[in-house]
Ligand binder design. Sequence first.
Ligand SMILES: Nc1nc2c(c(=O)[nH]1)N[C@H]1C(S)=C(S)[C@@H](COP(=O)(O)O)O[C@H]1N2
Ligand SMILES: [Mo]
Length: 378
Amino acid sequence: MDFSNEPQHSVQLIARAEKPWNAEPELDKLVQHNITPEELVYCRNHSPIKPLGEDLTVKIDGLVQNKLQLTTKELKDKFERREVVAALQCAGNRRKTMVEKKHKDVDGIKWEEATICNVRWGGVSVRDVLLHAGITSPNAKANGIQSPTSQLHLCFASHVTACEEDDWFGASIPLEKAMDDNGGVLLAFEMNGKPLSPDHGFPLRAVIPGYSGVRWVKWVDRITVSEGESENFYQQKDYKVLPPQVEKHDQANREDWWSKVPALQAMPLNSAIAIARIVAPRVLYVKGYAISGETGQVARVDVSIDEGKSWQPARITYQEGRWSWTLWEATIALPEGHPERGKVWSRAVDERGEMQRLDVDWNLRGVAYTAVGEREFQ
Ligand SMILES: Nc1nc2c(c(=O)[nH]1)N[C@H]1C(S)=C(S)[C@@H](COP(=O)(O)O)O[C@H]1N2
Ligand SMILES: [Mo]
């Protein structure tokens, strides 16, 4: 892999790996902003970052009536500009916590709890583009296509450079997610009102609200409506929650676990504590984030100082639409006799009453760790 010509990276990030560039911000800084400034947005790359121009074209092909080939400028001219506020989170967010809590190592970069951000994305709707290309409506049997669209997939690909495990990068989502009017799926060219930076996918990236970061393909140059999922390594042989009995990579390959387990798509309900400190005698201040899962936006965040035996509600200080993260804080009066140092826990609850659990299983790749948030204070 060729790492010459890499752009400047944000100096506010802590490198977890240099080549490829993988870095996250400090968690206490991250939660100071409702909308994450670009300098604090984590970077997750499986390849070098190539400086590209706006003239990169994206092909739309596969099971569509009219194949298209457009530059970002042409996309902007042809389709209505749309915005969505959505949290982007790496599947490996909180991986280091999983290792510590389960006392068992996992494969992968030991991300802490800051590979998440909340951004106002600007771009065009993938649904609009696909309707233009000739997908009529979900479930329609268009143009001799055998599968109902409810069983099709939308594959995003980037061929601009080779990756660690494959010659190109790709990921797919169910076509239904892209065709959902409220799904918020975009081909984005802007982050917080400014053009994307090279690190985050200039000129064009996929935005898949609610889905694992790996599906948000950067530097996208091809979108294919397909009967199968993306053939790319990162769709097929990575980013899956393997069962806990799969303890080694060669075992996963030998016993063919990668084809038995579905790809991680929607990310689960989660929360983490960013700040926990005594601010006055017997007064504990706690602040963190929560993120919604598949069954709806975060409705409440609870905090506990007795390892989950009792909970009290935190104040939600920020939430914006279905796909944003939730910021929350709590001021807890420590009861008489409670030591002024210890641990505090957080638990997100969604609109349907689903809630985070105290403990969850270990998995080999350390993805989608969702046990309650936990932090020491003094
Ligand atoms: N082309 C390409 N797209 C990619 C990746 C990549 O390595 N190459 N990494 C994915 C992963 S795993 C994540 S979590 C997000 C990270 O996006 P960011 O670097 O803008 O935060 O991009 C996704 N899109
Ligand atoms: Mo990721």
